[in-house]
Design a protein around this ligand. Structure first.
Ligand code: HEC
Ligand code: HEC
Length: 473
């Protein structure tokens, strides 16, 4: 794999930077070799994380670091690997970004002002300036996504309270979002947090081709790659499966009676609409042949046989899985689900579960493209490091405030403000922070959010079990 770029390098530092990414890949390969020599049955890329160990396998056997995914296809030194790293479950984390910043004085290609900095074209002339310019990337692993207000939007941007004073115009907004993992993609029903790269009818495979083209032209500031490069990248991504394989207390998560880890996941069957509580049958290619017969709330069946295991860590994980599947709470006022007359469900869902929305068997994402507003972008959740947009409905004059309009920037619909997709829940331990805007630094904080939003009323034991389970995914 060539890490050398034919284009002129603005900084001499770039050589070191390129070498360091090459070294990172070499390390990836070395880790892979080490794990396979230690345990011949194991294949793939294995990394440790705060909760244990996670692994990625490729359907094709070896993880092909010669794939264009790891190559510079643009003009700013970036590759897909700049923001999608196997050690971080194919996302990026503040810890690793801080290490990369320190190792390169903030000159690694991830630190580019086209979308890595808080403001476009920020001052990056000194180390101190760079630390400030990339503060959201460093603190929360957030990338700035510039989005135009759609032509016929029902709303306009009335005002923005921008902590960075980027001086943006009201015809567009900056959304600061977490890179979604480029693994376990075989289960996704919508591409991107707001589903903007999902077509109504085409296959997810074809949507990913378009997504890749755009990733190169935007993040990497390049010309569109060739059809064969696009195909190679998408085949590569769709062949990857990532999951936790060891827990600090529980030991292996993949032993005979447990079914954690990427191997089992790679055998998990999926079609769009599988296990959907509303029995929706998407028109998209790749949809299930017939609608599901309603929700089987038991979405995760990885650890149920550990309920009477000898180890307390294992029984805790098994109980946590049961909490996730079947512990009920009231789900009310979720726009897209039961937020108003335009939504498919009228009124509160009295016996809601986590799996009402996280319904894909053993993957945990929403099996249909149905963006939901669970309130993360609400003004009430706003942290001082995020901008707050004031949107005004053009006809009714109604006003709302949000840190990210989400799906509304795709459809232009007022009702879609603050809606995002329910993401895949595997490999969580390796890729904090969570939610589209990195609002939850830990899984504990993610549960704090849910506790407040839905008044779960979890007992301390239920909460500890649920966290142990989420860390084992
Ligand atoms: C500068 C960082 C960055 C680079 C470089 C980058 N991505 Fe991403 N990627 C993101 C962010 C941020 C998102 C989420 C954006 C959103 O949803 O609005 C994302 C989302 C995705 C998704 C969507 C996954 C899902 O579940 O919907 C795929 C697939 C993807 N990227 C593939 C790629 C590929 C392929 C490349 C290289 C051609 C690439 N990315 C380069 C930051 C990056
Ligand atoms: C009403 C639908 C709904 C319910 C119920 C629900 N979720 Fe979610 N979940 C979502 C959506 C939508 C997102 C993405 C939200 C965002 O980032 O804006 C999400 C995101 C998450 C994430 C973050 C994943 C990531 O990659 O950042 C975790 C963890 C999670 N949910 C766990 C749970 C748990 C545990 C429960 C039960 C206590 C639960 N969810 C109940 C819809 C739901």
């Amino acid at each position: 794999m060539s890490m050398r770029s034919p284009v002129h390098r603005p900084w001499t530092r770039m050589t070191t930077v390129a070498l360091s990414s090459a070294a990172a890949i070499a390390m990836v390969a070395a880790v892979s070799l080490r794990s396979s020599s230690a345990a011949p049955a194991e294949r793939g890329l294995t990394f440790s994380n705060a909760s244990g160990v996670h692994r990625t396998i490729a359907l094709t056997g070896a993880i092909d670091t010669g794939n264009p995914f790891f190559q510079e296809l643009g003009t700013n030194g970036r590759t897909c690997f700049s923001c999608h790293r196997p050690a971080e479950a194919w996302s990026i984390t503040p810890e690793e970004l801080s290490a990369r910043f320190a190792a390169t004085d903030g000159l690694d290609p991830v630190f580019r002002t086209n979308d890595g900095s808080n403001c476009e074209g920020a001052d990056v002339s000194t180390l101190a300036a760079r630390r400030q310019a990339f503060s959201l990337l460093l603190a929360k692993g957030l990338i700035r996504i510039a989005l135009e207000v759609p032509q016929n939007a029902e709303f306009e941007v009335d005002d923005v309270d921008d902590p960075y004073h980027c001086g943006s115009v009201f015809s567009s907004i900056a959304a600061y979002r977490r890179p979604l993992p480029t693994t376990n993609l075989r289960f996704i029903s919508a591409v991107m947090w707001d589903g903007r790269q999902t077509t109504p009818l085409g296959s997810i495979h074809d949507d990913l081709l378009e997504q890749t083209r755009d990733a190169v032209t935007t993040h990497a500031a390049g010309a569109p790659p060739s059809a064969s490069q696009l195909r190679d990248i998408v085949e590569f991504e769709l062949g990857l499966f990532t999951a936790q394989v060891r827990g600090n207390g529980s030991g292996t998560l993949t032993e005979p009676i447990a079914r954690g880890g990427p191997e089992a996941l790679s055998h998990q069957s999926f079609c769009l609409g599988i296990n959907d509580p509303l029995q929706m049958l998407p028109a998209k290619r790749g949809a299930c042949l017939k609608g599901s017969s309603g929700l089987d709330p038991v979405v995760f069946t990885l650890f149920n046989r550990w309920l009477d295991a000898d180890s307390p860590e294992r029984t805790s994980i098994a109980r946590g899985e049961r909490v996730f599947n079947t512990r009920t709470f009231v789900i009310a006022n979720v726009a897209g689900l039961n937020g108003g007359p335009q939504d498919p469900v009228q009124g509160p869902i009295a016996s809601g579960t986590c799996t009402i929305c996280h319904d894909t068997p053993n993957a945990g994402n929403h099996s249909v493209a149905m963006a939901l507003n669970i309130g993360l972008a609400d003004a009430a959740q706003r942290t001082p490091d995020l901008p707050l947009y004031t949107l005004r409905h053009k006809v009714t004059g109604e006003v709302t405030q949000t840190t990210d309009p989400g799906r509304a920037m795709v459809t232009g619909k007022w009702a879609d403000v603050g809606k995002f997709k329910g993401p895949v829940l595997r490999g969580l331990a390796a890729r904090a922070p969570y939610f589209h805007n990195g609002a939850a630094a830990t899984l504990e904080e993610a549960l704090d959010f849910y506790e407040k939003r839905f008044q779960l009323g979890l007992s301390p034991e239920e909460r500890a079990d649920l966290i142990a389970f989420l860390k084992s995914l």
